[in-house]
Ligand binder design. Sequence first.
Ligand SMILES: [Zn+2]
Length: 174
Amino acid sequence: MLSLGAAGCAAVDKAHSIVGHAAAAGPELTVANGYIPDGQSVSPFANDVPAIAKLDPDLRAAIQRAARDAAADGVQMGINSGWRSKRLQQNLLDEAIRKYGSKQEAGKWVNTPDKSSHVLGKAVDVGPTDADSWLSQHGNDYGLCQTYNNEMWHYELAVAPGDTCPQPLAPDGI
Ligand SMILES: [Zn+2]
């Protein structure tokens, strides 16, 4: 687990720089499209913010339960990205392709609008790192699992509460 954490930290920096670059341009980068600026997060309880409001209700309930229990352990949980519109997802993908120079490399970090679980409201990117670590230990109690092995912050509802999470997958594009 320790080596996964170390790899995850490098990956966080990489992914944040994608979004940071995207922040420079695009009419899609609005709260209504689910955009949360780089370096910011919203509370999992911000039910009036589209990134949270348009999540699958079961996922939203699970992450809110987890956030409450994490807070009781002294860990503040924030959502760096939740539901995203297709337009926002396309914007992020375009920026990633510009940054990495190929669709294949960009695809390791940003999915297409048709495939992204964020567009379906079925994924949340959780931060900061101590909240990710808390979820890696306790997430399965809420049915929440890390689904990609290069994204320690990306969680989906993947098992029945209490069941063991499957091994995270290598991302699409690799
Ligand atoms: Zn994600």
